[in-house]
Design a protein. Sequence first.
Lengths: 110, 111
Amino acid sequence: DGGITQSPKYLFRKEGQNVTLSCEQNLNHDAMYWYRQDPGQGLRLIYYSQIVNDFQKGDIAEGYSVSREKKESFPLTVTSAQKNPTAFYLCASSGSREQYFGPGTRLTVT
Amino acid sequence: KQEVTQIPAALSVPEGENLVLNCSFTDSAIYNLQWFRQDPGKGLTSLLLIQSSQREQTSGRLNASLDKSSGRSTLYIAASQPGDSATYLCAVLEGTYKYIFGTGTRLKVLA
C-alpha cells in the first residue's frame, strides 16, 4: 500500500522538552512538507524539502527543525523555542505537482 | 501575496441536494488547483486536481471547475449524502513547490 505514515497519532509533552514527529512515505516523491493546522485557520507551511539533504523554511519555521537524510523520511522536531506548539501537524509529499497527506499527529504541550 | 478564500465557512444541506462550494484566489498565476476533503481529526484526502490549462475535472459525483481569469474555482457535489459531511479545502500551487490553502468550508449533510 502506497502512502504516508505519521507517528505517533497523539503526543503529549511537558513544556521545555523537544519532541520529534515522524513522517515516512513510500510514494517515491522527491518533495515533502510539514504543515501546522490550528482551529479556524488554514494550513501553514513550516518546512519543505524538494530533494534529499536539502530543505527550506516555510512561513512559520521559528522553533522547528527538520532533516532529510533519506528520500522516504522527513522528521520534524518541535523545540522548546516554539512558543505555542500545541497543534495538529500534517506531513505531505508531492509528485507530479499533486499533494498527498499523512493522517497527522496531534501534539499537546502542557 | 496570494490569498485563497472559501465562502461560506460552514454549510448545512438536506440529503439529496446538489451543492456548490466556492474557492477564490487573488493571483491568477497558479500552476494548478487541488480540492481536498478533511474528516475531523484526520489528514487531507485529495479529491480533484485541476491543471491551470484545464477548465474542469470530474470524479463520480464531484465536479470541479477552474476559471483562472476570474480567480475562481467551484466544487460541485451532486446528490449529497450524509457521508459527504466533512471540511472541504482548496489549495493553489504557485511555482514549483508552494501550496496556498483556503481555510475550508465545513459541510454538514442532514439525513
